[in-house]
Design a protein around this ligand. Structure first.
Ligand code: CTP
Ligand code: MG
Length: 171
């Protein structure tokens, strides 16, 4: 039970980083409108510079607050924990952009539904934090729990964001 709470805590900065661009994103796209070698957009209109920084910032603030009030079992000390949260936040929003890069190569238009959208960002963030997180974090049941939860929560939050008018499409 405690371990589940620890897992939930650790993914908060990544979730916040991934979801806040829906509120604060927009403006100049990260790829500056440029195309890749295949003549498709590098990332597309959905990945903006402001979204990247707003997502990173919100995730890092969440990580700082958590570090002040809770000692995670998955990091050796508070400094490493905060650094881990920074990596999880920036890793999550970077993974989101890498996911879009893959999507564009597969010729999916920006905003189109794609099964990797829901889980790629968290997998990317979990790999990015591997140099500093305790290695017993990577137990199979932990990974299945986090990816499974994300696969449910990501579509659900997108659906709700669409219903309350924050997002154009329900995915
Ligand atoms: N967003 C942003 N900057 C980012 C990521 C997201 O501004 N780095 C905003 C955009 O307004 C985007 C919305 O959040 O449309 C939803 O993000 P997402 O669903 O990840 O992007 P899509 O528009 O679906 O584009 P893609 O097909 O590339 O995933
Ligand atoms: Mg999308």
């Amino acid at each position: 039970m405690n371990e589940i709470i620890e897992l939930l805590i650790i993914i908060v900065p990544a979730y916040i980083a991934n979801s806040s661009p829906v509120l604060f994103g927009g403006g100049t796209p990260m790829d500056l409108g440029k195309n890749f070698l295949d003549k498709e957009r590098i990332f597309g209109e959905g990945k903006t510079i402001r979204g990247f920084f707003a997502g990173s910032f919100c995730g890092i603030v969440a990580g700082a607050i958590i570090t002040m009030i809770h000692k995670s079992i998955f990091f050796s000390d508070p400094k490493t924990q905060f650094l881990g949260f920074v990596i999880l936040a920036v890793g999550s929003i970077s993974g989101d952009a890498v996911g879009s890069f893959i999507k564009r190569r597969l010729k999916f238009e920006s905003g189109k539904q794609f099964w990797l959208d829901s889980i790629f960002f968290i997998i990317f963030a979990l790999i990015a934090v591997s140099p500093i997180i305790k290695q017993d974090f990577y137990r199979l049941e932990n990974i299945i729990f986090i990816i499974g939860l994300t696969a449910v929560l990501h579509p659900l939050t997108n659906f709700i964001a669409n219903k309350i008018g924050l997002k154009r499409v329900p995915w």
